[in-house]
Ligand binder design. Structure first.
Ligand SMILES: [Zn+2]
Length: 308
């Protein structure tokens, strides 16, 4: 594979916005690689973030794609940070249609080189998996201890899934990327062999650098890390940014307010305005729009009355 050439920052010579699964023929270990450029740029054009928050949000976005690929469901996986630090809320969603969206809300000044703990304070990371049609979503919550999102997620996997998992995440203003390695249960090898394989592969993967994650395509990267292993690429998945908010949804919410409350709001503000946190799209409804919403709901009056 010849995607080794490092191009000037901002240009990738390989297929970005992709998630690639891989396995090892000689060990029960599964892996995933993700790299996103356009999808990440879509997030960044919608809101300007302090560098430290941008860094954390980018890593969360790469993590959401990696985690979503481990669960085979129809629905969505959401990573959400709630914290007492400058970041009030940080949220990334990845759907089974391979779309992602992300945003963060924060308060006050955040130093450019602030660490995760300085940005989040005493916070938690919730992992929510919503399966379409299911009554209750699955949710796991971990406290934000350790020095990175990757470390927090590794703890989560060890505690809740009891699967040894290693995650490496990287983000800059151009792209986000991640590498995921997980030991799978096996019957073909002894426990010692499994341990040895896991230890060897995770140590090889641990040599990965941030710039390798951000600048190399999957073929080159895996060759660099595992060239003496029997590593096999499985299917690749294309990822895109998408937000499912719409004017109709906002109109539905206004109609739920009821005609009186909606009119009170109009009297007060002159206009009803709602902004989508994820994509920063602003929806505005004036008197005419609101009247339209309730005329669609209420039984229609005769048009001919206006002629007299
Ligand atoms: Zn939106």
């Amino acid at each position: 594979m010849n995607d080794t050439t490092l191009k000037p920052s901002g240009v990738t010579s390989f297929q970005s916005d992709n998630l690639q699964r891989f396995i090892f023929d000689n060990a029960p270990v599964r892996g995933e690689w993700v790299h996103m450029q356009d999808s990440w740029q879509q997030v960044l054009t919608r809101r300007e973030y302090p560098p430290a928050i941008q860094h954390l949000l980018g890593q969360m976005m790469a993590a959401a794609a990696l985690l979503a690929a481990t669960v085979k469901i129809k629905g969505r996986l959401v990573l959400q940070i709630k914290s007492a630090g400058p970041v009030d809320l940080m949220m990334v969603e990845c759907t089974s249609d391979n779309t992602l969206r992300a945003f963060a809300q924060w308060d006050g000044h955040v130093a450019d080189n602030a660490t995760m703990v300085e940005v989040t304070g005493e916070g938690t990371l919730a992992i929510t998996i919503e399966v379409e049609g299911a009554k209750q979503p699955y949710q796991g919550v971990v406290s934000l201890q350790g020095d990175s999102i990757a470390a927090v997620l590794e703890t989560y996997f060890t505690q809740s899934e009891q699967l040894d998992t290693k995650i490496w995440l990287a983000a800059d203003e151009n792209a986000v990327a991640g590498l995921f390695l997980q030991q799978m249960p096996s019957e073909q090898h002894t426990k010692d062999e499994d341990e040895e394989n896991w230890s060897r592969l995770s140590q090889l993967a641990a040599t990965v650098t941030t710039s390798e994650l951000l600048e190399l395509g999957v073929g080159t990267l895996l060759h660099r890390l595992f060239h003496e292993e029997e590593c096999r690429l499985l299917q690749a998945t294309e990822l895109t940014f998408a937000c499912n908010c719409s004017r109709e949804r906002v109109a539905d919410t206004i109609s739920l307010l009821g005609e009186k409350d909606a009119h009170d709001l109009l009297e007060e503000k002159g206009i009803i305005e709602a902004a989508c946190e994820f994509c920063n799209e602003h929806y505005r409804f004036d008197k005419v729009d609101v009247a339209q919403i309730f005329s669609d709901v209420a039984p229609s009056s005769s048009d001919s009355s206006t002629l007299h």
